[in-house]
Design a protein around this ligand. Structure first.
Ligand code: FAD
Length: 303
């Protein structure tokens, strides 16, 4: 019997973007570039590279996005945070990205220097909030595309969802072009959040951040810190599989497919994947979304 849900999804034009983190070792670098070579031919809107807490990956983030500019035809996006840096230091990073040919920045406050759950203290000479950072980049580099974060289940430090919407609105008013959400497992959180944002006059694209769960234990602990709830029905799907990697991978693909296809059914056309620098699961989900390697990008990635 044909699966109408899959074929319907496959017919819709869907756009994707991929997030990577800068590698620490030559082995991790090789893994990252194998993943990029596999995913770039899917013609993503952009591929982004995270920025370590307090600028700890400054050079590695720069090196990775710079190589994306030269070795792929996919536009890179560089993450940038306000933590532990003066405005002049942050501005210098923006200038270096521009010189390297980067035209898209994901602007963030960043986690407190003392770690997730700590208190964020703005640097005395630094940008005090993401909205300030966005305004600063906009003034300095009007041509730059700016993405920011959004939290469908509220940021853990936020007193309320309402306060979060005020922060998002301030980022949009300062010049943000797009929001990318924290990951979530219950699509209702995302769909409700988008409706509420629209009702508050926030009209930029709010792209769902999707994390394919290859290691449930690890993701559940990360979700707890990030303020993303793990529904019981979701946890149950991975129950008893801690030591069964093979089955876990199959379940992970099925679960991620179920999530994105449901979002497609709700009219969502853009997806941002947290790849964790691994390609297989994300590639499979993109295939289900109807994406196929294109010759031009395949050639560029192989070059
Ligand atoms: P904002 O959107 O500016 O604020 C989020 C919420 O925090 C606000 O709604 C507000 O309620 C609350 N808040 C902000 N400032 C204060 C304050 N001073 N006092 C009390 N409450 C406050 N982190 C990295 O370090 N590097 C990355 O590359 C990175 N990439 C990310 C990409 C995405 C798509 C997402 C969703 C997150 C990313 N993060 C990254 C994590 C992010 O830096 C943290 O969640 C951080 O705690 C908040 O930064 P933000 O820009 O999301 O905050």
């Amino acid at each position: 019997m044909p699966n109408h849900r899959l074929s319907r999804a496959a017919r819709r034009p869907v756009r994707v973007s991929f997030e990577f983190f800068p590698p620490k070792t030559p082995e991790m670098e090789a893994t990252l570039w194998r993943s990029i070579e596999r995913l770039a031919p899917l013609d993503p809107t952009f591929m982004s590279v995270t920025y370590g807490a307090g600028g700890s990956t400054r050079e590695r983030t720069h090196a990775t996005v710079a190589r994306m500019v030269t070795d792929t035809v996919v536009p890179p996006a560089a993450h940038l945070t306000c933590v532990s840096a003066t405005k002049a230091e942050v501005d210098a990073v923006v200038d270096a990205y521009r010189e390297a040919g980067v035209r898209h920045i994901v602007a963030l406050r960043g986690d407190p220097a003392n770690g997730v759950g700590g208190t964020f203290e703005p640097h005395p000479g630094g940008y005090a909030s993401t909205a300030e950072l966005v305004a600063g980049i906009r003034r300095r580099a009007p041509e730059i595309e700016l993405s920011v974060s959004a939290y469908p289940e509220k940021h853990p430090e936020s007193p309320s969802l309402e306060a979060d919407f005020d922060v998002l609105k301030a980022k949009v008013d300062a010049g943000a072009n797009r929001a990318i959400t924290q990951f979530f497992f219950d699509n209702d959180h995302y769909l409700r959040y988008v409706d509420q944002a629209r009702a508050r006059g926030i009209h930029i694209p709010i792209v769902p951040g999707i994390v394919p769960v290859s290691n449930f234990k690890q993701t559940a602990s990360f979700a707890a810190r990030a303020g993303a709830t793990v529904p019981e029905w979701f946890a149950a799907r991975f129950e008893g599989l801690d030591n069964d990697v093979q089955t876990r991978q199959l379940i992970a693909a099925a679960v991620a497919a179920e999530q994105v296809l449901d979002l497609v059914d709700h009219g969502v056309k853009d997806f941002h994947f947290y790849t964790m620098n691994k390609a297989d699961l994300v590639y499979a989900v993109c295939h289900l979304l109807g994406l196929r390697p294109t010759a031009a990008t395949a050639k560029a990635a192989a070059a």
